[in-house]
Design a protein around this ligand. Structure first.
Ligand SMILES: [Zn+2]
Length: 113
């Protein structure tokens, strides 16, 4: 997949079986990649179906939610976003396993000059 014109890309990781998506240890995960300022890096945001406290910026389960994050200001998590390069994302896409699929990919609609 040529990522040159991709602005946004989302990968969904499916659970292995249903019924465990909230607290059973087998969760949905979402990885949302947004191109940063139209440069060659993508900023990552994470999501999960788990009801346990989770950091969307770091993509990790935290005992106290984002209050565990070093950059939590009491309201929001300001942990530094995870950035991946176009090549790294391309490699991720080449190595998707059977539980993972691309669920959304938005392309630039206008020509950038
Ligand atoms: Zn956080």
């Amino acid at each position: 997949m040529d990522l040159k014109n991709v602005q946004h890309l989302e990968i969904t990781r499916h659970p292995y079986e249903s019924g465990k998506e909230r607290n059973g240890g087998d969760y949905w995960f979402w990885y949302q990649y947004s191109r940063e300022n139209r440069g060659d890096k993508f900023e990552v945001r994470y999501g999960t179906s788990s009801e346990f406290t989770f950091c969307r910026v770091k993509g990790s389960f935290e005992k106290l939610g984002c209050s565990d994050c070093p950059d939590y200001d009491g309201k929001e998590c300001h942990a530094p976003p995870v950035l991946v390069s176009e090549e790294e994302l391309a490699e991720t896409l080449d190595n998707l396993d059977e539980q993972e699929e691309i669920t959304d990919a938005a392309l630039f609609s206008e020509v950038v000059v």
